[in-house]
Each structure stands twice: as C-alpha cells, then as structure tokens.
Design a binder for this molecule. Structure first.
Ligand code: PHE
Length: 340
C-alpha cells in the first residue's frame, strides 16, 4: 500500500497536462469513481487497524495533492489563454494527411469481393509466362494475330517462348491443370500488351477474369452470373446485353454491354449515344481448352469471362483518359481519398 501511494504521488507530481481535456482525463484517472486514488481508499478498508492511522493520513494527503495539482493546472491553463502569451493548447493538432488507395485497387477489390460473395476463390499467377499458358493451352491457332509481336512483349522466342502475359486467362490454365474440380475462381492481375499509349489504350493494364467448371454448366448460368455481378457493381436496375463475339478459348463467345449508368439508356457522350457500355468478354470454355488441361470435356463444361479493371473504373468515375491511372499525379489520386 505504501509503495502504491508513493507511486501515485510521483505520478501527480510529474503531471503536465496541456489542455482542459487532458486535465479532465487525469482527474478521472485519479479521482473518478474507478480512479486510482478512489481504489486506494477502497483498499484502505483491509488495512490492519494498528496501521489505519498512518495510512489514513497518507491517503488524505495524496487526495489533497491530486486536487491541488488539478486546480493549479487549470489556473495556469487559463492564465496562458487570457494573456495570449501562448497558443491555445486545447486546439486540435494539424491532422496527418492520410494516403488513399489507388482507384484500380479500389475497383479490383470491389469486383473480387462481389465474386467472393458468389463463392469464387481468388487465384493469382506469374506475370512472366510461357507461350503454353498464355496461348497454346487456350486454343490459339499458331497464326492467331494476338501472338504477333504487335501485341505481345516477348522475352525469348522459339518453342514455348517466354513472354509477358497479355491476359490473366493464363492463371485459369494453371488452375485447371492443378486444382480439383469443380473450379470456381477469379483471377485479378496486371497484364501487358504492346500498344501505343493513348487516352484509350495502355501497354499495362489490369484484368479480373473468372472461370467456373463443373458438370452441367450452361450458357444460362454464365448469363445469370454476369447479370448478378453487374447489378452489384452498377446498381439493381442495371441491365445487360450479350453480343456474339469470338475468342479462341470460348465457344460460343459473347461481348457483354451494360446499360449506361450515366444517361440510363437515353444516350450520352459516355455511351456515344447508344445507351450501352461494353464491359467484358465471355463464353463457354472451348472443349479443346478443357482437354489441353486434362479435363474430360464430355463430363465437364464451364464458362469464363474477363474484364478490364481500368475500364470499369473509368465507367464508375467517368475518367476519360486512361493515362491518369498510371501517372501518379497526386491531384488525380487525391480525388479518391474519401473512397478508402
Ligand atoms: N482473355 C480475354 C481478353 O483478355 C477476355 C476473356 C476472358 C474473354 C474469358 C472470354 C472469356 O480479352
């Protein structure tokens, strides 16, 4: 008990509160209902009767010291404020400016989170890939234009050349080779294409691709999955439209448009007067692709889809120039501070 009293006394002596709120905090800590001194008074009841006199005195001194110290700190705080010799120390400090997440990260997280709710796992793979995983296993005929030097950054040429992946479908191949069936994954990641940089194209961008393989998966399942995703992403009244398209790895294939969330279908300059915005490619996984990864295409079927994250972010925030996403101009990035 003696040590405790001395410790609290030392604490009182060293108190140097700089604001009314700090003083109040110290008062509660020492003299409040559960304060240190109040607790010592409770403990006093257990002190042996021959020591009660000594400790009683000590405790009363301690309490008086605390009351006096608090009054003294209040007085000097007021004096400072009145005389104006010192700043108002009770004013809040300068806030630290918080960093913000990059818009691409925000949208990527949002897309992945939606699919996570639908039961999809996240799969990731290497950015430096081989020809097999980016093209060959995905049923790209040898003469397909996407293999052309125009689109792909090659690191080495020859059989099974090494290259920078042009889409994250390569991760889907790796998943089909490795994971047990059924498979339900989304593959977010950075991709590379040898394109001239402009407001609408960049040599680096990000995708989220999805893959679902099980028995009896149909095109209706694909359409439903995309519709549910679009409603989560763009609002409950969003509609979709599928246009026939071509990808080597899906058959049939489609391009997905979402109803323009800016003019709601009336036609504006974002949707170029059509009322629709293109957001992704999709289709039923080509049986050749399943077989290339060792999956029996007579038993299993599946669908795949892929979208550009920057594209979705552009639609979400109406950013007109893709280059904004890569230049790290703080004026642009700070626009997203509230979206953390
Ligand atoms: N891999 C395609 C692309 O990068 C997108 C896609 C994925 C299309 C899956 C259909 C199915 O453009």
């Amino acid at each position: 008990m003696k040590e405790k009293i001395e410790a609290v006394l030392a604490e009182i002596e060293s108190l140097a509160c700089k604001s009314e709120s700090e003083i109040e905090e110290a008062r509660v800590r020492l003299l409040g209902k559960k304060g240190e001194i109040t607790r010592l008074f409770d403990e006093f009841r257990t002190v042996a009767s021959d020591q009660k006199r000594e400790f009683g005195q000590k405790l009363n001194q301690l309490k008086n010291a605390a009351v006096a110290k608090i009054a003294q700190m209040r007085d000097s705080l007021q004096e400072n404020n009145v005389s104006g010799t010192s700043e108002d120390l009770s004013k809040p400090g300068d806030p630290f400016r918080l960093g913000s997440r990059h818009p691409v990260s925000i949208v990527r997280e949002e897309i992945v989170e939606i699919f996570r709710k639908f039961g999809y796992d996240v799969a990731e793979g290497p950015e430096i890939e081989d020809d097999w995983h980016v093209f060959e296993a995905l049923n790209f005929p040898p003469e397909h234009p996407a293999r052309d030097m125009q689109d792909t950054f090659f690191i080495s040429s020859g059989a099974n050349s090494i290259l920078l992946r042009t889409h994250t479908s390569s991760v889907q191949v790796r998943a089909m080779e490795k994971l047990p069936l059924p498979i339900r994954i989304v593959c977010p990641g950075r991709v590379f294409r040898n394109e001239a940089i402009s407001a609408r194209a960049h040599c680096i961008f990000h995708q989220v691709e999805g893959l679902y393989i099980d028995k009896n998966v149909t095109f209706a399942d694909l359409k439903q999955a995309i519709l549910l995703f679009v409603r989560e992403m763009f609002g409950a009244d969003a509609r979709i439209r599928l246009r026939p398209s071509y990808f080597p790895f899906t058959e049939p294939s489609a391009e997905v448009d979402v109803s323009c969330n800016i003019c709601h279908g009336k036609g504006c300059n974002i949707c170029k007067g059509t009322g629709w915005l293109e957001i992704m490619g999709c289709g039923m996984v080509d049986p050749n692709v399943l077989e290339a990864s060792g999956i029996d295409s007579k038993v299993y079927s599946g669908f795949a889809f892929g979208m550009g994250i920057e594209r979705i972010a552009m639609l979400k925030w109406q950013v007109k120039d893709l280059r904004n996403y890569f230049e790290n101009d703080l004026r642009f990035l700070r626009e997203f501070e509230t979206s953390i």
